[in-house]
Design a protein around this ligand. Structure first.
Ligand code: ATP
Ligand code: MG
Length: 261
């Protein structure tokens, strides 16, 4: 890979596995069932990108595409205040940090397309150091789904986002929810489909939503995939796809300071 640089997650095992953190210039996907912590992960990473470099951040702006209206600035400030009290307790700094995160809420696929085109224009001049899309598959479900047939609907968007990452050399973090009666099974199948171990048809019965929405094109566009899952009441984070890391899993918790090991 000619792209160098990483955004450290401060989750030590994960940073070691990924040789520094979330890689620049490529797509990183966080996938898992509802409530597992995907948005919490994005909030923490957004905060880290906006922090001054003397605190290990990228001292930049973040574009956060909040497709499902799940971004919560109060929660962001809570994570900041408990993780970095020295910054967040300085007068005006909590607002300054939160203000660096530009939250976009496209109300339609059309607006999402427009947002992407605008981001491409402004990403370099506005010191944008991270793009988050929470979540990608929900762009072709629910309200959004009404607009058009969803089969591989996002083909253009997937290519555009990938080239955006390459050209701007920033990390792009994308979430996707796995919907299934058995979350463990769904995560497993999602991983297998995306390693081409089973056909999309076979996988459809496990997670028709995700596979139909994003398909194999998406699978191949993602460089690093982190799977979040729960087993016997314990949350785990797995590096499920990576050009450099073997499949490793780490237990994690979510507290007032966000995701931690
Ligand atoms: P979805 O697919 O529905 O968007 P998600 O994977 O994004 O789900 P999150 O919203 O990131 O899930 O995680 C929600 C979970 O985070 C809650 O169920 C709770 O366990 C935990 N959580 C949120 N805020 C706090 C907090 N202040 N303290 C401790 N845990 C919290
Ligand atoms: Mg979420």
């Amino acid at each position: 890979e000619q792209f160098s640089g990483h955004l450290p997650t401060r989750l030590k095992g994960l940073d070691d596995a990924l040789r520094g953190g979330i890689p620049f210039g490529v797509l990183t996907e966080v996938v898992g069932p509802a409530g597992i912590g995907k948005t919490q992960f994005c909030l923490k990473i957004s905060l880290l990108a906006s922090l001054p470099t003397c605190y290990g951040g990228l001292d930049g702006r973040v574009v956060y595409i909040d497709v499902e209206s799940k971004f919560c600035s109060r929660r962001l400030i809570e994570i900041g205040a408990t993780s970095f009290p020295e910054i967040f307790n300085t007068k005006g700094m909590a607002q300054e940090m939160a203000g660096r995160i530009l939250v976009l809420r496209p109300a339609s696929l059309c607006e999402f397309t427009e947002s992407l085109e605008q981001i491409k224009v402004s990403i370099l001049q506005n010191q944008v150091k991270l793009l988050v899309i929470d979540s990608m598959a929900s762009l072709v479900s629910g309200e959004y789904y009404k607009e058009a047939p969803r089969q591989h609907l996002l083909g253009w968007h997937i290519s555009f986002i990938k080239s955006l990452a390459e050209f701007s050399r920033i990390p792009v973090l994308v979430t996707n929810q796995v919907r299934s009666q058995s979350h463990d099974e769904a995560c497993q199948y999602y991983f297998q489909v995306h390693s081409n171990a089973v056909t999309p048809d076979e996988a459809k019965k496990y997670d028709s939503h995700l596979v139909a929405a994003l398909g194999i094109h998406w699978a191949h566009s993602v460089t690093t995939r982190i799977v979040l899952e729960a087993k016997s009441g314990q949350r785990y984070m797995k590096v499920a796809k990576s050009p450099i890391s073997p499949p490793l899993a780490f237990p994690f918790i979510i507290t007032s300071s966000g995701i931690s090991f």
